[in-house]
Design a protein around this ligand. Structure first.
Ligand code: PLP
Length: 452
């Protein structure tokens, strides 16, 4: 589908944002943005979005591969979703428990076989925070295991050992988890382990199994890496948790509804005790939820915890979710196959550039998600492999795409929607080739600038 905006062609200068607005933003918004994921080397201020495009203050349109950091799986301006929200606004914006909320919870427990209960909240961070609190209260244990580089939002205590808030800088390692690989415990009873390393997790369980309330992970690490678990790894983690009375939490905030209707647990055929979802479920409206088995959710269904939150279960967000689910269910397998085809086209384009130009540009791809690397350890199957990538190069090449009409986040994460087309992907690859060549020319002699 084409954007209804006319394509005004290539940009003729580098002025991507109104200088005045950028200055005003810097003076009154923390760091000039409301979310660090929007930071770029040049401020970019957008006035609107339609279809698979966004528009900046100078009227330039860019093919959008950021998609609001994931929620806009159906692209911008989906009429079915917007009509559902408009209709709900006419019936009331916020008033109490409502039929659609109950119906959505029922629908979700059908989609996720492991889930008996659903708790609606407003953001992914709130959902992961709630899941950990529920797991601690249910198991009456306090230790939580997370994995290197996995991002679970920006709330305590999970916001450690993640690079999500530093688009191009060095990884900020929490001082207490410098030796993350050896699972040193840190304040708030969090241990950090290497993902895809069952030996390390097993040793930790041997030492401290009676203290471990939960293991939380991105089953498909998408915030950095876009990696599949090694065969058998998730199953082994599942077994360790079951044997030790520990709850397994999947953070599917980015993967949920994007990699499959049933998310990563459907794709990988491993069931968590609790999972959290957000982003794509409500096409840009703030909705997140925790889903879990009766046993795992005991502390919040009949135990000491009480659900709370003024906006939780907001009728407008719930109606957006119903409409989004209608579309995803109608599209079914073919919708996800099409997304995967587009994703593969991007990855193949990257491989072609690498081969033809002899440059260490690498892509990991899972369905509609592609992560770019520059000179990483290949194959990239762990956080450490990905961290060998030259992130400054990825940021420069990704940001350089703006000159070629495509908006990609500086961390090189390319997100696709159902409105992206083969032609758009081909333009993206042409732009990527040009941007890569420019970076290599400007940095010739730099690390991995071209292969021998
Ligand atoms: C895997 C994962 N967990 C949690 C979060 C936090 O979600 P939110 O930004 O809605 O708080 C994100 C956001 O990018 C995410 O990708």
């Amino acid at each position: 589908m084409q954007s209804q905006w006319p394509n005004r062609g290539a940009l003729d200068n580098g002025a991507f944002a109104s200088g005045t607005l950028a200055t005003r933003a810097a003076s009154v918004l923390a760091r000039g943005v409301s979310s660090a994921a929007r930071l770029r080397s040049e401020p970019l201020i957008l006035t609107g979005a339609y279809g698979a495009y966004v528009e900046d203050t100078d009227g330039n349109q860019f093919a959008d591969y950021v998609l609001g950091m994931g929620p806009m799986l159906l692209g911008h301006g989906n009429q079915r979703v917007l009509e559902a929200v408009r209709a709900q606004i006419d019936r009331g914006v916020l008033f109490g428990t409502h039929p659609n909320e109950i119906a959505l919870a029922e629908r979700l427990t059908q989609i996720f076989p492991f889930a008996d209960k659903v708790l609606f909240v407003n953001s992914g961070s709130e959902a992961t925070h709630s899941a950990v609190r529920i797991a601690r209260a249910t198991t009456k244990r306090s230790l939580v295991v997370k994995f290197e580089g996995h991002y679970h939002g920006w709330l305590d205590p999970l916001f450690i050992n993640t690079m999500a808030n530093e688009p191009a800088g060095p990884l900020q390692v929490h001082p207490a988890v410098v030796s993350a690989a050896s699972s040193i415990p840190v304040p708030d009873n969090i241990c950090v382990c290497r993902w895809n390393d069952i030996g390390e997790l097993t040793s930790l369980f041997e030492e401290r199994s009676e203290q471990i309330a939960a293991v939380i992970m991105e089953p498909l690490p998408l915030n950095f890496g876009t990696m599949f678990p090694d065969p058998g790894y998730l199953e082994a983690v599942r077994d360790l948790c079951t044997e030790n009375g520990t709850l397994l939490i999947f953070d599917e905030v980015l993967a949920g509804f994007r990699v499959a209707l049933g998310g990563a647990s459907e794709l990988l055929r491993v069931e968590p005790d609790i999972a959290v979802y957000a982003k794509a479920i409500a096409s840009g409206f703030p909705l997140a939820f925790v889903a879990g088995s009766n046993a795992a959710m005991l502390s919040i269904t009949s135990g000491p915890l009480m659900p709370a939150g003024t906006y939780s279960g907001s009728p407008t967000a719930i109606s957006a979710a119903h409409a989004t689910l209608d579309i995803l269910e109608l599209g079914g397998g073919p919708l996800y196959q099409e997304l995967d085809k587009l994703g593969r086209r991007v990855a193949q384009g990257v491989t072609r550039i690498a081969e033809e130009d002899g440059v260490p540009l690498v892509a990991n791809q899972i369905g509609s998600i592609v992560q770019l690397f520059w000179d990483p350890e290949t194959p990239v199957r762990t956080f450490a492999d990905g961290m060998k990538s030259d992130r400054a190069a990825v940021a420069a090449i990704s940001e350089g795409l703006l000159e070629h009409g495509s908006l990609v986040s500086p961390r090189g994460l390319i997100l696709l929607s159902t409105l992206h087309t083969v032609e758009m992907i081909d333009d993206l690859i042409d732009g990527l080739e040009a941007s890569t060549r420019k970076w290599v020319t400007e940095n010739s002699g730099g690390r991995g600038s071209a292969r021998e």
